[in-house]
Ligand binder design. Structure first.
Ligand code: B12
Ligand code: SF4
Length: 536
């Protein structure tokens, strides 16, 4: 019942989308009016939400992925509780009406939100809405933004902030609410007591080796319509953590430098579960799966052996590992069903890699040969997979020439560009550095989506950097359309107009024949992005 519900994001009329919510389970409604803690040991009604905000590179029209954290959290609550997951990306044009409906139908005792920094403003608006609809509902926030900037939520916004990994912390929090006991002993939790907020000690990261972290509960999802270019998509994790410390990455402050693996039985069962629920594509969300290349190869072998190679996989990989192990790894990946490989190239210039603390990425077997990136790209492409090229341009010393060099590289060597600008996320080393140099020019966090330049360089204004990226990336993306068409003809033909509309947002017939400058088109594109960010 729950799984059958579908809000199609591209549904032409809102009535259809509303109708698809008609069948939300009503058991929560029967419990309306009760407050947790009133009764001893009663099940808690929990609603978990992820935010609708997406980045330019993840157009919701074509890519709507579930938030993996929420299913994992749901799978780790005690079975007697009622839990519903709603990924608001699936209802991005009807956020208000969807939240109203969910709160009315489910009467949640606890609403949990998963938030990235650029989603903070939307999260606060959603919380305000929830509180206005049901004042007795408690609010817990988690994910990267609340973990790394808890102070943004302890101004009355949230009742609880879960810092770092959430499964065990949330489980203990829900138990404490159910039993009416306090939160003093729950590691990793910041909570609101009678004398204000209190920050409990951090929770050590889980080693993922026992039964502490149970498998995800995808059955708790109450909205449908996940897609990756027309294929139903799900997410799976096989490991957590990374031992590198790139200056722009939030991972180290989030969980320290470590790497823990789930065992293969669990991973394969998880993929099977996703497939049984209809997934045809899997996004592997590991922080850095290529830290243990031999294990990754063995995993590909296990996927093939278990017959799970009929799915299509997308994964993020480190260039140095791919360059060094590509001879054996890349053919295995292809056989296992990998199609898109996101390579964190970051930058093709050594000086910029130094600033990003990512020089290791261009090394092969520890030697600074300076061409690991090229070798990695070659391995991926030679084996029939596509390179999603992650580059960061607009670093402090970047000049027009260095920006152009990276764009030229992307044009030649990547199949789908994923070019971003340095973005000062809370507590990363890069953020400190950029602030000390006075380079941050934009404090509107909702624009910290990676493709809005919010940092200038010593030589270029932020707007020019973004313009250069935007101008070239559109055409690079267009080049991938034939491959997408060959792979998913019906879907691409059915959505070609909208996809082109997204890629060339801001263009008009006047700009097409040269009567309007690209700068004017760029301004229109930026205005459209600003409007898009107003979800409620
Ligand atoms: C996979 C991934 C993606 C996938 C997302 C697929 C999906 N739908 O899940 C893709 C490629 C689409 C993506 C895109 C982006 N990502 Co991303 N992504 C990641 C990555 C690699 C892993 C995240 C993950 O799923 N981990 C597995 C889950 C289980 O762990 P988790 O999310 O941390 O959740 C745990 C806790 O945080 C907590 N928790 C989380 N939510 C909640 C909610 C509650 C209520 C509670 C109690 C606890 C809780 O409990 C969870 C279980 O332990 C991270 C980290 C990294 N190494 O780079 C970046 C990361 C999360 N991404 C980031 C960013 C910025 C983006 C983009 C904006 C730009 C970009 N870098 O590409 C876009 C925007 C996405 C969009 N919505 O449009 C940043 C976030 C920084 C910040 N401070 O906000 C990260 C940290 C990378 C970085 N730059 O440092 N991303
Ligand atoms: S290698 Fe990837 S996950 Fe690891 S610190 Fe660098 S960007 Fe973050």
């Amino acid at each position: 019942m729950i799984q059958e519900q579908t809000i199609r994001d591209d549904a032409p009329d809102k009535a259809a989308a509303r109708a698809s919510l008609e069948r939300l389970p009503l058991d929560g409604g029967a419990r309306r009016g009760r407050t947790i803690g009133e009764a001893q040991a009663t099940a808690v009604n929990i609603l978990l939400l992820s935010m609708p905000d997406s980045s330019e590179h993840m157009p919701a029209l074509a890519i709507r992925m579930p938030n993996g954290a929420l299913a994992s959290l749901a799978g780790n609550l005690d079975g007697r509780h009622h839990v519903a997951i709603a990924d608001l990306i699936l209802a991005r044009h009807q956020v208000r009406v969807t939240v109203e409906r969910l709160v009315r139908e489910l009467s949640p005792d606890l609403v949990g939100l998963s938030v990235m920094t650029f989603q903070r403003r939307t999260a606060k608006r959603v919380i305000e809405l929830v509180r206005s609809l049901r004042p007795q509902t408690r609010v817990v926030v988690g994910g990267y933004d609340p973990s790394l900037a808890p102070e943004a939520y302890t101004d009355g916004t949230a009742d609880f902030v879960v810092r770092g990994e959430g499964e065990v912390t949330l489980r203990e929090l829900v138990r404490s609410l159910e039993e009416g006991t306090g939160q003093e002993t729950i590691a990793g939790l910041t909570w609101r007591g009678p004398e204000g907020y209190r920050e409990n000690p951090p929770r050590p990261v889980s080693r993922l080796d026992g039964a502490e972290i149970r498998p995800p509960n995808r059955g708790a999802r109450v909205l449908g319509g996940y897609t990756l270019l027309g294929r139903p998509v799900d997410v799976v994790e096989t490991s957590r953590g990374c031992t590198f410390d790139c200056s722009f990455c939030s991972i180290i402050e989030m969980r320290g430098r470590n790497f823990h693996r789930f065992d293969f039985d669990r991973v394969l069962a998880d993929i099977e579960d996703a497939r049984a629920r209809g997934a045809k594509a899997i996004f592997v969300v590991d922080d850095n799966i290529t830290l243990d290349v031999r294990r990754f190869e063995a995993l590909c072998g296990a996927i093939i052996e278990r017959g799970l190679d009929d799915l299509e996989y997308v994964v993020q990989a480190m260039t140095s590992s791919m360059a060094a192990a590509g001879d054996t790894l890349a053919p295995l990946m292809r056989r296992a069903g990998f199609r898109y490989v996101f390579l964190g190239i970051e930058n093709v210039l050594d000086e910029d890699l130094e600033f990003l603390r990512a020089r290791a990425k261009n090394k092969e077997r520890g030697a600074s040969t300076g061409n690991a990136t090229f070798r990695a790209v070659e391995h991926v492409r030679r084996n029939g997979m596509f390179v999603v090229g992650g580059l960061i341009i607009g670093n402090p010393n970047d000049t027009r020439q260095s920006v152009d060099a990276n764009i030229a590289f992307a044009r030649r060597h990547v199949d789908w560009p994923y070019i971003q600008h340095p973005t000062p996320y809370p507590r990363t080393p890069m953020t400190r550095d950029l602030r000390e140099r006075g380079l941050v020019i934009n404090e509107r966090l909702e624009e910290y989506d990676g493709t809005t330049a919010v940092v200038r360089t010593d030589h270029l204004p932020a707007e020019d950097i973004e313009f250069l990226r935007w101008r070239s990336e559109r055409w690079m993306k267009l080049r991938h359309f034939p491959a997408a068409l060959a792979h998913s003809p019906l879907w691409v033909l059915g959505h070609a107009r909208e996809m082109l509309g997204h890629t060339f947002a801001g263009s008009s017939w006047r700009s097409a024949i040269g009567l309007e400058s690209e700068r004017i088109v760029f301004e229109r594109y930026r205005a459209a992005r600003r409007a898009e960010r107003e979800y409620l």
